[in-house]
Write a protein of this length. Structure first.
Lengths: 336, 482
């Protein structure tokens, strides 16, 4: 049975990495803080490198310059860290590399793979009006948990966030030639489970969602920088099953705390989230078209994935490799 | 045989009438059933600019929409048959509130209703003095029969089929961070007697009158009103519709030109312009075209717009202006606009729009020469830049293959690009079409095909012919004579 491993990966930032070799370290735990040993950690720019698994305390460490000698690291704006362990959901985290700045330690949390949070009847009742018909392709935003500067009016901040993210995603999807396939939208859900991966997936599944986005924002955050707002965003592709095994994508951003609606956030996320949405749309529609043996649909999906690839540039190799996986799967279905 | 060929950029465009460029404002009707009367009905080539979304309620969305609209009008001010429509939310309503998730669809629907072939829309976020502007462009080829193709033809004729499309129709331009002063602080020229009012409101009392042709110093913008500083130091507001909006600066690269005392007037001195110059005034003079008065060193003087390159506030203005020029076959002006686009500091942040700009720059460069024998080698370089920007786009390779045929008159280099295009997408229609045309011409070099075979200096080389046969066999599954 065909199984497309869907790895959202896009390292296309223009920032050049500092000459100094970035030493990256971190820990992997469960949500309740239990260290996870023997987690496989892979690091990807254009090529994928596997580093030693986490130790008994869940720690990992690598020297990026040793791992990626030459131009590959120098030209990259970030590294994609890929975490996997049997019994847990795989997760990807984009680590941005800032010139002359040592990356902060990575704190990664994995969730059990059998996660299936049960939604209470009252939850379902409040969500019913958001549910999409099968075949619809909405994305949902669970309000970011914002503290500090955003606390004054988190509702407004989240609505600004939703409007901007929706614009970048919808625009990107339309520009990719996938626009005619489904009415992409990003709706704000009246829930507050920003960090609960199981519940994110449960909401997304119940709502027939294409993806669920959420995150945290905190002033001063991990790096202890005053006046800095750290935002950690999560993008979860919902359709799962025989064709896809999609890791959750995490991206951290930092910007001045008085710019909680900073457009820089959207610039960072626009291509990443937009492309993630197109890829998610591709795997979702591929699954349905394959099941119904709808060749016209397969051709249409192929066309917009081709279009997405055509607009990719240097530095997008990892994204292109995932598009290639999907295009090859389509070609196989089309008998090419 | 002395083959004479020229590259022809086809623009299947409805007959162009000669009417002055024009601007109109309509209300942005958001509902699915809403329709707006068609404006500029007799203008064949139109763009629609929508008020920019302003989700943060910074107040800049309306102003940036007006400014982009006015700057495009300035950029095409000497272009007959061209028009620009601004769609704005009625009254003080915000487009963001009206449209919710339907902004792009609504903008495209209105553009279609207005028979516009281009629609520009965008969004702003403002923090302090900085405005962060995202701009988007959709082309609607069906609206005005706009079809951008690069086709090689010649005298005597070349065989048909040597053509490739510039087919990308949606562009997400890189976001631009710009200070309010860099957007709005500029010279304005009163088109007619203008009333300067105390507030940005038509019912506000007038505080001064400015006669037609006088310049004003804008310092900011509030919705569609420029805030201006008067000679006595007081400030007021003037509606954008009563002023012309010159670019803030123009640029030149080691260009020797005469400064004149008035548009088309007496030469004051000859200078070499190199760098950026502030625009102090602007005039359009019948039969003499558009002129700018520039601040040059300690002095000032007038130069024709053709001697310099205007620098507009946002790269999208250059891109759209280039498309207008292109459609009207004013390739030198198109080349200037796309040069400005690719030189903009932020343009490299989006591969797809950068690649298309280079392709249009390359096509415009080819078209400025009469025949391929005079083809500027820079054209091939521009198509190569497009390949560098979008190395996974089969169309980029097909277009460069055509350029190689035209500029180098060489088959081998073109075949390498056609192979790459077909490797990326075996169904790529342009690469397949060009390869079939080349193959057929080499097999039966008679008539038009003979012109082509004679033009391509390596067409008789066995290894080149074998390479073409290999391409036909491997990618197009064609072996032997068809």
């Amino acid at each position: 049975m065909m199984r497309v491993i869907f790895l959202v990966l896009c390292v296309s930032f223009c920032v050049r990495v500092a000459e100094a070799a970035p030493l990256v370290s971190g820990t992997v735990t469960t949500r309740n803080g239990t260290a996870l040993a023997e987690v496989q950690v892979q690091v990807e720019i254009r090529n994928v490198k596997t580093i030693p698994p986490t130790d008994a305390q869940g720690r990992f460490q690598f020297d990026a310059a040793t791992l990626f000698p030459g131009a590959e690291l120098r030209d990259a704006g970030g590294l994609m860290l890929k975490f996997s362990k049997p019994g847990f959901q795989s997760a990807n985290k984009l680590l941005r590399l800032i010139p002359n700045q040592k990356p902060a330690p990575v704190a990664m949390q994995l969730d059990p793979s059998a996660g299936s949070a049960a939604l209470a009847p009252s939850d379902k009742q409040s969500l019913d009006k958001y549910a999409a018909a099968p075949g619809g392709a909405p994305l949902f935003l669970i309000p970011y948990a914002l503290s500090g500067v955003a606390a004054a009016d988190p509702n407004k901040v989240n609505e600004v966030l939703r409007a901007n993210l929706e614009r970048v995603i919808v625009t990107h999807v339309q520009a990719s030639a996938a626009g005619g396939s489904a009415a992409i939208s990003l709706k704000l859900l009246p829930v507050s489970d920003a960090g609960d991966i199981d519940r994110m997936r449960a909401y997304g599944t119940y709502l027939n969602a294409l993806a669920v986005i959420s995150g945290f924002g905190e002033v001063g955050s991990a790096a202890g920088k005053k006046g800095t707002l750290g935002v950690s965003s999560t993008f979860m592709v919902v359709p799962q099953g025989d064709l896809i095994a999609a890791p959750v994508l995490y991206v951290d951003d930092e910007f001045p705390a008085d710019q909680v609606s900073s457009p820089r956030l959207y610039q960072h996320l626009s291509k990443l989230w937009g492309r993630s949405a197109v890829l998610a749309l591709g795997v979702s529609e591929l699954r349905k078209a394959t099941a119904s043996k709808d060749k016209d649909a397969l051709k249409r999906i192929r066309k917009y994935l081709q279009s997405e690839r055509s607009g990719s540039g240097p530095g997008d190799e990892a994204l292109v490799s995932q598009l290639n996986v999907l295009i090859e799967a389509l070609d196989k279905e089309l008998g090419k | 045989m002395s083959a004479r060929a020229c590259a022809v950029l086809l623009l299947a465009l409805a007959g162009l009438s000669v009417s002055a460029q024009a601007g109109e404002i309509i209300r942005f009707e958001a509902g699915p059933q809403a329709r707006t009367d068609v404006v500029l009905a007799n203008v064949p080539v139109k763009a629609l600019v929508t008020e920019f979304l302003d989700p943060g309620d910074s107040g800049a969305g309306k102003s940036v929409g007006y400014l982009v609209w006015r700057e495009i009008l300035t950029a095409i001010s000497d272009q007959a048959g061209a028009g620009v429509i601004l769609a704005r939310a009625p009254g003080d309503q915000r487009l963001t509130d009206l449209l919710e998730q339907a902004y792009h669809d609504a903008a495209v629907r209105i553009a279609r209703e207005q028979s516009a072939s281009m629609v520009v829309w965008g969004a702003v976020n403002a923090t302090g003095d900085s405005i962060y502007v995202s701009t988007y462009l959709s082309l609607l080829p069906e609206a005005a029969g706009l079809a951008l193709k690069l086709r090689l033809s010649g005298i005597p004729p070349l065989p048909p089929g040597l053509e490739a499309e510039i087919a990308r129709t949606n562009f997400n331009f890189p976001p631009v961070e710009i200070r309010r002063t860099d957007l709005f602080e500029r010279k304005l020229v009163a088109r007619k007697e203008a009333t300067v009012r105390a507030a940005a409101d038509a019912s506000s009392k007038g505080v001064a009158k400015v006669s037609a042709g006088k310049t004003l110093d804008a310092i900011n913008m509030d919705k569609g009103w420029f805030e201006v500083r008067l000679a006595d130091g007081k400030t007021g507001y003037v509606d954008n519709s009563v002023v012309d909006v010159p670019p803030r600066t123009v640029e030149a690269s080691r260009t020797a030109t005469a400064l004149q005392d008035s548009p088309g007037g007496k030469r004051v001195r000859t200078v070499t312009l190199d760098g950026a110059y502030r625009v102090l005034d602007m005039r359009y003079v019948a039969k003499k075209g558009l002129w700018y008065e520039l601040e040059v060193g300690e002095g000032r003087g007038w130069v024709p717009a053709t001697a310099v390159r205007a620098r507009f506030s946002l790269p999208v203005v250059h891109f759209v202006a280039g498309l207008y020029r292109y459609q009207f076959k004013r390739y030198e002006e198109a080349r200037r606009e796309f040069t400005q686009y690719v030189a903009a500091p932020d343009s490299r942040a989006d591969n797809a729009s950068l690649a298309t700009a280079y392709q249009l720059l390359g096509a415009s460069t080819l078209m400025t020469k009469e025949t391929v024998f005079q083809a500027d080698p820079a054209a091939l370089n521009y198509f190569s830049k497009a390949v560098e920007a979008t190395p996974y786009d089969p169309a980029a390779y097909s277009l460069r293959a055509l350029s190689t045929l035209a500029v180098r008159q060489e088959l081998g280099g073109a075949l390498a690009d056609l192979e790459q295009a077909l490797r990326l997408d075996a169904d790529d229609p342009a690469a397949a079409r060009i390869a079939r045309t080349l193959d057929q011409s080499l097999r039966v070099p008679e008539g038009n095909a003979r012109t082509l075979v004679t033009m391509l200096r390596d067409s008789r080389q066995p290894q080149t012919q074998e390479r073409l046969q290999g391409l036909m066999s491997h990618y197009l599954k064609i072996d032997g004579p068809q």
